[in-house]
Design a protein around this ligand. Structure first.
Ligand code: F6P
Length: 349
């Protein structure tokens, strides 16, 4: 078979491991040829490709980012986009397209299915917010990076008797904040799923310090918002740009800085902020993510050869399964509020 492949959306540790697994499984098990589209859906629209023989995949397994490049291009936001995708796939005599991406990229893949494009999806995102799979590759690496950062921030927080706010990624879901906050022993974990009361946060910090603690780490997701209070509006203005990408998402960032200022003003404790940003997406994937990405890649080729299009490979109870793409992109997988409640009830404040 001739397999097209692309990586779309934010880069993510493990993308190259998936590409390698698809190319090598295709070539060595089935005698397939793989063609890479450069920079996500933009490469398909502009017919920008690179042949991917097995030797192109040498040494890429531990490398972060994506050798194919990526973008947030949306073919459905471009005049004549969907038919152009079909025409380009035909021009290259491709039997299928393996699409590695998050909610937006896979959302496009799902919609293209209705235009007759045979797709198989692979779930990628450090945010871990794709439904249908218990975990996406990249999440483990991001959590490890954020946990290491919290451990390092703690020594400064303790030495200077400060509150340090650590802002992590997580647009719709606070998985990174919840897991890294648990692993790093944070005093507060603030997530998009549960709007926070800034007065209550400050009260808890004050109580904690009065009880003998002299420093605190507050982990906040970039998508977390304060409850509807007079200051909530100001917080919103401070934390996202008015410009949106091709999928309608504003650029987030800034809630940590806003919160650190509020904490210092309300509690009198010296407060600082560290925004981890793209550091969480950079560098080499953990062993877990390399293994998961490789298993996903192998499974995607199996789905292709079974003609099981319109599906996404997924991890469920330790096994790699296939789920309908439609189900995977129907809604974001948000943090389990039971888990969050348990953590908050026992460890926070
Ligand atoms: O990949 C998802 C994500 O990490 C979100 O958490 C974040 O809002 C977004 O990417 C930011 O990506 P960029 O700055 O590259 O557009």
């Amino acid at each position: 078979m001739r397999i097209g492949i692309l990586t779309g959306g934010g880069d993510c540790p493990g993308l190259n491991a998936v590409i390698r697994a698809v190319v090598l499984t295709g070539a060595y098990v089935h005698g397939d040829e793989t063609v890479g589209f450069l920079d996500g859906w933009r490469g398909v629209l502009e017919d920008n490709t690179e042949a991917l023989p097995p030797e192109r995949c040498r040494d890429i397994l531990p490398v972060g980012g994506t050798i194919l490049g990526t973008s947030r291009t949306n073919p459905f936001a471009v005049d004549g986009g969907p038919p152009r995708v079909g025409a380009v796939l035909q021009r290259h005599a491709l039997d299928t397209l393996v699409v590695i991406g998050g909610e937006d990229t896979l959302g496009v893949a799902h919609r293209l299915g209705a235009h007759g494009v045979p797709v198989v999806g692979v779930p990628k995102t450090i945010d871990n917010d794709l439904d249908g799979t218990e975990v996406t590759f990249g999440f483990d690496t991001a959590v490890q990076i954020a946990t290491d950062a919290i451990d390092r921030l703690r020594t400064t927080a303790e030495s200077h008797h400060r509150v340090i706010v650590c802002e992590v990624m997580g647009r719709h879901a606070g998985w990174i904040a919840t897991h890294a906050g648990m692993a790093g022993g944070a005093a507060e974990i603030l997530v998009p799923e549960v709007p926070f009361d800034v007065a209550a946060v400050c009260e808890r910090l004050t109580r904690r310090h009065a009880g003998g603690q002299f420093s605190s780490i507050v982990v906040v997701s970039e998508g977390a918002t304060p409850k509807e209070t007079p200051e909530a509006d100001a917080a919103r203005r401070a934390t996202s740009t008015s410009a949106v990408d091709a999928f309608g998402h504003a650029r987030l960032g800034g809630i940590g800085a806003w919160l650190a200022e509020e904490v210092e003003r309300r509690t009198g404790f010296e407060a600082r902020v560290t925004t981890l940003g793209h550091i969480q997406r950079g560098g080499t994937p953990t062993a877990f993510d390399r293994v998961l990405a490789t298993r996903f890649g192998v499974a995607a080729v199996a789905a292709v050869h079974d003609g099981d299009f319109g599906t996404m490979v997924a991890l469920q109870a330790g096994a790699i399964v296939r789920v309908p793409l439609a189900a995977a992109v129907a809604r974001a997988k948000t943090v389990d509020l039971g888990l969050y409640g348990d953590v908050a009830g026992v460890f926070l404040g």
